[in-house]
Design a binder for this molecule. Sequence first.
Ligand code: AHR
Length: 502
Amino acid sequence: MKAKMTVNKAFEIGKIDPRIYGSFLEHMGRAVYSGIYEPGHKTADSGGFRDDVKELVRELNVPIIRYPGGNFLSGYNWEDGIGPAESRPKKLDLAWKTVETNEVGLHEFVNWANEVGAETNMAVNLGTRGPDEARNIVEYCNHPGGSYWSDLRRKNGAEAPFKIKTWCLGNEMDGSWQIGSKTAEEYGRAACETAKVMKWVDPEIELVVCGSSGAGMPTFAAWEATVLEHTYEHVDYLSLHSYYGNQKNDVANYLAFSVGMDRFIKSVTAICDYIKAKKKSDKVMYLSFDEWNIWYHSNEQDSKNEPWQQSPPILEDIYNFEDALLLGCLLITLLKNSDRVKIACLAQLVNVIAPIMTEKGGDSWRQATFYPFALTSKHGRGTVLRHNLNVPAYDCDDFKDVPFVESVAIHNESEIVIFAVNRSADERVEFSAELQGFSPVGIAEFSEISGHDVKQTNTKNACPVAPKSSDAASVNGNRVTAGLNPLSWNMIRVGVAESEAE
Ligand code: AHR
């Protein structure tokens, strides 16, 4: 099968905000305790944080991490996580029915995030709490000093403010499972008043208001419209959440889920623009896809969990090759919408539906989904170019007319980087790209992940689902050609001449 891409230097979708490669770490399961933090572990630093995990998080390239939840957030008192660790309270977490020790809190997380090269995307509890606690935490984190909360931060060891820029106004407030869930009217009003006081404390911050917890929610679309009616001029981003799974065990159908993600993004964009028009506003509402991933492998196991354990193993999905391919397609889809999606968070980071796994007292390793994320984040920086792709399509159970190749082309200073997934299980794709307005000088790298059984996983002992380099790509004039193996994730980095690339 042939796939013919055409890009033109003059036609851009948008500049990639690095925060599109964000992740998410919730106080749940073994994400924090025996994930990033394990005093006594052979790699633990003086504060108890595992150096082996820090190294993997750095390799994953996540510029921002959302914290501390998630469903956990809606019952969390941030003040429980400050001050001397030995006097912090142990509390029941009603969201995941576990016990939270609060050994790790605000200072520990912000310091750890800095160490792994990430900003903090902090969330405020709008389940059991409201504007007062939200303005206090902004004062604590971002005000230089001379007030009760900022001086308490200094007393607790952080002289300089944390300068946290991105803040979420609650989490999934439309869901009945959420502690303190609300109607769109109730949440819209609460979010508006909370946003006002948070920005009065620090006008530099950016705020994410909750959209629906999924496109399948009965209130989806109406929720977004009502919430934005209340908050449009006070917030900067609207959130989207979506999780995927191959419950039907049908790889062609599974790999088409990125088409669904694209539709979801387009629908939410349309709602934002409807409210913009209704309000006669000049402001563009951007999107924060702050929870996305594959989540289904662990469902059965988690239904057997005993309540009120301390950091039990929950949501420990073990990912396989077909998950890596879908994750590649989902990332490409986020990038193709980079004119509106400015923040996105792979949910989550360590142990809980995560690309990084750890063993308590033992090793850490990269799941099958690790590499497509790490490499896209590392090389997918710059500007997304609009492209046309001529390629055959297929129909499956949930979608019609799904292109066999999912792809995106990115221009950075000296390269065009193409990410492409071949969804066909039996046909190799002869891929070509005409790079109009560029002078390609050669293939800098062609890496692929291919040739595995779709159910192949990585383990602590072996990581077979990993990229390998291929020489099946070449440049001829302004045309690049590459062979995309059946069921493959591909990254083609093409060097382009300086003079032409400017
Ligand atoms: O990421 C796991 C959970 O999924 C989060 O806590 C919640 O926000 C979502 O439902």
